[in-house]
Design a protein around this ligand. Structure first.
Ligand SMILES: C[S@@+](CC[C@H](N)C(=O)[O-])C[C@H]1O[C@@H](n2cnc3c(N)ncnc32)[C@H](O)[C@@H]1O
Ligand SMILES: [Zn+2]
Length: 407
């Protein structure tokens, strides 16, 4: 196989994903030690585990294209072997052109080979530049893209400014972040530095991660007089992903900034509350339930992180298609569709029961008990033991005690 292209001088193999065949590094050839992480040891990055991420990206892009009801242009500035952009061109109807790019020369060669192999040379263009330099060429009117997918190593923040500039009014921006240690509060300084918001090591840190990334996008876009709406997001394996649409205008940017604020959390009693007072916060608040000092996360995005209509349309699209991970994606969709209207943060049943030294009941049972007491409650895709509800911490603990004592 490598003989067909003298520039691909490392072991490769063909994989099938979605509706495409792609030449990728043969991962097992790059594992020297059992601890080696093959995708980053290979000369070109390829991670088969991200198939589900790419499947959902295909569904989101198709949903967006159908909502626009016209042909769209798509850009993937950190494309590696090209698998994602090639899937967009092949599997999403109404995609007029895709531009893919990677700074790594070997990735560029491989992506170019893959575009040819899939017969897409007319619709998919491959470039070999720094992503910001590349995007800068598309930051002017009539050059911009309808959709941009940023799928980097670690944080997408270094590319936000140029992606926002290269996205047309109403465009769709998809972002992956894999730097979960900063976003989940293991390295808070790195999170403050990169995302401009403080994380917290709470049981709902994955939702905080989504909201910190969305908040960072909202403030970055606002600098360009652009507002955002988050239409879909998910936290899966070792990464988070958000899909946001943009709207040009200083007013839209102001509206979007109004959605910034803080989440205050009590590590003593599980109480949490939100504070919509972006950038005017002094952390001296006390927990209204137990009087302990509250810990703050943010500023971050407090508005919706899923749009019900977008999720429903994505669900319809999903049901018409086949994926290797169809079962898993179906479960994620069912949970997300159910939590589109749920409140901010969630309780994790194990954590509550651990603190109360009670056995852990099934999550569904708690949901039923909460609803019986008049507190709407929702499962969440963020955590299999998570419960989203406006119920106060004291009350959910009381309900748990009663529930488990009467058994
Ligand atoms: C996580 S991989 C992309 C995976 C790909 N999007 C997919 O779905 O399989 C990140 C890629 O970004 C590329 N990259 C890193 N820094 C870059 C930069 N400044 N400009 C362009 N590409 C860059 C790397 O070479 C790598 O191929
Ligand atoms: Zn408290």
């Amino acid at each position: 196989m490598t003989e067909t292209n003298p520039n691909i001088d490392f072991p490769t193999e063909i994989v099938e994903e979605g509706k495409v065949k792609i030449l990728v590094p043969e991962l097992k050839a790059f594992i020297k030690l059992p601890s080696d992480y093959a995708p980053s040891k290979a000369p070109v990055f390829y991670n088969p585990v991200m198939e589900l991420n790419r499947d959902i990206a295909v569904l989101a892009l198709q949903t967006y294209q159908k909502m626009l009801n016209r042909e769209i242009s798509v850009c993937e500035p950190l494309a590696s072997c090209g698998i994602r952009g090639i899937r967009f061109a092949t599997e999403v109807k109404g995609v007029q052109k895709v531009l893919i790019n990677d700074i790594n020369e070997k990735a560029f060669q491989l992506a170019r080979y893959n575009v040819q192999m899939n017969g897409l040379s007319k619709r998919v263009t491959v470039k070999n530049q720094d992503a910001n330099f590349f995007l800068a060429h598309y930051g002017a009117p009539r050059k911009r893209f309808d959709a941009i997918d940023i799928d980097p190593f670690g944080s997408p923040v270094p590319y936000l400014d140029s992606a926002i500039r290269a996205l047309r009014n109403g465009g769709l921006l998809a972002l992956t972040a894999t730097d979960m240690a900063p976003l989940c509060g293991v390295h808070p300084k790195a999170c403050i530095r990169k995302y401009g918001g403080k994380p917290l090591r709470t049981e709902y840190c994955h939702e905080l991660a989504v909201r910190l990334l969305a908040g960072c996008l909202a403030t970055t876009a606002a600098k360009h007089d652009i507002g955002i709406s988050v239409v879909f997001s998910h936290s899966t394996n070792h990464y988070i992903r958000i899909y946001a649409t943009t709207k040009y205008g200083a007013k839209k940017a102001d509206e979007s900034i109004k959605n910034m604020g803080y989440i205050l959390h009590c590590f003593n009693c599980f109480h949490r509350e939100t504070l919509k007072r972006p950038f005017l916060f002094a952390n001296s608040e006390k927990c209204s339930e137990c009087g302990s000092k509250l810990n703050v996360a943010g500023p971050l995005w407090l508005a919706k992180i899923f749009d019900r209509k977008f999720c429903e349309l994505m669900g319809e699209e999903f049901r018409q298609r086949d994926f290797r991970f169809k079962g898993r994606i179906g479960k994620i969709f069912a949970l997300i569709t159910g939590e589109t209207e749920a409140p901010v943060t969630y309780y994790v049943v194990d954590k509550l029961c651990d603190a109360l030294t009670l056995p852990v009941p099934p999550v569904k049972k708690i949901i039923n008990a909460l609803e019986k007491e008049g507190f709407p409650a929702f499962l969440t895709h963020f955590n299999p033991k998570g419960v989203k509800s406006n119920v106060p911490a004291m009350k959910i603990k009381e309900i748990l005690r009663e529930m488990l004592n009467t058994n």
